[in-house]
Design a binder for this molecule. Structure first.
Ligand code: HEC
Length: 132
C-alpha cells in the first residue's frame, strides 16, 4: 500500500512537472506571437507614437505650421543642418528649427524622455519619412 502511495505521489509530481513545462512552452508561444504583432517597421511605430502616446500631432502636422513647425520642415532642417533628432528629443540638444518657440516644445520632454532609444529612433524615422 505504501508503495502505491509513493508511486502515485511520484506520478503526480511528474505530471505536475510536465504541466509546468507545457505552460512555459505556451508562454514562449504567446511571447513570439506578441513579437510578430510588434514586427512593424520603425516608420509605423514612429507614426503610432507620434499620433498616439506622444500626442505630437496636436502641434505638428505634416505640411503646415500649426502650433509647432510642420513635420516636413523639421525633417528638411534637420537633414540640412545634420541635426540629431533623438538627442534633441532627449532634451540634450539646442533647438535649430524655431528657437524662439522652444519653451513650448520643452513641455513635451517629459513624454519623449520617457521613451526608449528604439522608440525615439522610430519617431526620427517617421519624421524623416516625410522627405520622400
Ligand atoms: C504643445 C505643442 C507641441 C507638441 C504637443 C509637440 N511639439 Fe514639437 N514643437 C513645438 C514648437 C512650438 C516647436 C518650435 C520650437 C522649437 O523649434 O524647438 C517644436 C519643435 C519641434 C522639433 C524641432 C526642434 C528644433 O530643433 O527646433 C521637433 C523635432 C519636435 N518639435 C518634435 C516633437 C515630437 C516628437 C513631439 C511629440 C512627442 C512634439 N514635438 C510635440 C510644439 C509642440
Amino acid at each position: 500500500m505504501k508503495k502505491v502511495l509513493f508511486l502515485s505521489a511520484v506520478l503526480a509530481f511528474v505530471s505536475c512537472k510536465k504541466e509546468v513545462s507545457e505552460n512555459t512552452d505556451s508562454k514562449t508561444e504567446t511571447y513570439s506571437e506578441g513579437e510578430s504583432v510588434q514586427a512593424k517597421t520603425p516608420e509605423d511605430l514612429g507614426k503610432e507614437l507620434f499620433e498616439g502616446r506622444g500626442n505630437c500631432t496636436a502641434c505638428h502636422l505634416p505640411d503646415q505650421k500649426v502650433i509647432g513647425p510642420g513635420i516636413k520642415e523639421i525633417a528638411k532642417i534637420y537633414k540640412d543642418k545634420k541635426g540629431d533628432l533623438v538627442t534633441f528629443l532627449k532634451g540634450n540638444a539646442d533647438p535649430i528649427v524655431d528657437p524662439s518657440q522652444f519653451s513650448v516644445m520643452q513641455t513635451n520632454f517629459p513624454i519623449t524622455k520617457a521613451m526608449s532609444d528604439e522608440e525615439l529612433k522610430a519617431i526620427e524615422t517617421y519624421i524623416y519619412s516625410h522627405l520622400k
